[in-house]
Design a protein around this ligand. Structure first.
Ligand code: HEC
Length: 130
């Protein structure tokens, strides 16, 4: 019952608040350079998983031992924070040093345009722990 009330509440807030666009259709299957404004970017579901993908696993090195920052799930936000200027990806060290965008050594792989665009968008929109 409690759950249903909060669902109703969230639903009516969405109707009232135009920032809820969950039903917009955005094709992310093609590489894109810029994440559309209506696409919500979540650190937990869109950004953090980029660091431990099979075949492109940052945490092989960024694991608290070999290289900093620590990009393991649960540690990545705290690791990244000192390297980020919220609202300004271009001037953020984290963005300037991604594999595919200026990483200091050959990581053995690169992030693709869409993945880099997600990270840029997340920083430009305030680098929230969302
Ligand atoms: C093969 C090992 C390796 C992999 C894989 C790797 N890195 Fe790195 N990375 C390094 C090393 C080594 C450095 C230099 C670390 C230092 O200066 O302490 C570095 C530095 C960085 C820096 C700059 C940190 C700073 O303090 O300026 C960032 C940002 C970064 N890596 C992000 C990533 C991301 C994101 C991935 C995955 C998409 C990744 N790295 C994959 C080894 C790796």
């Amino acid at each position: 019952m409690k759950k249903r009330i909060s669902l109703l509440l969230v639903g009516s807030l969405c109707l009232w608040n135009f920032s809820c666009y969950y039903d917009e259709e955005i094709d992310l299957s093609q590489p894109i350079e810029e994440i559309p404004e209506e696409q919500v970017i979540s650190f937990r579901t869109d950004i953090e998983p980029l660091f431990s993908q099979s075949g492109k696993d940052c945490t092989a090195c960024h694991n608290g031992n070999v290289a900093s920052p620590d990009l393991r799930e649960g540690n990545a936000f705290a690791g990244i924070t000192p390297l980020v200027i919220p609202g300004d990806a271009e001037n953020s060290e984290f963005y300037q040093k991604l594999p595919g965008n200026g990483h200091p050594i050959d990581a053995g792989f690169v992030l693709n345009n869409t993945e880099i665009a997600f990270i840029k968008g997340w920083i430009d929109r305030g680098a929230e722990n969302n």
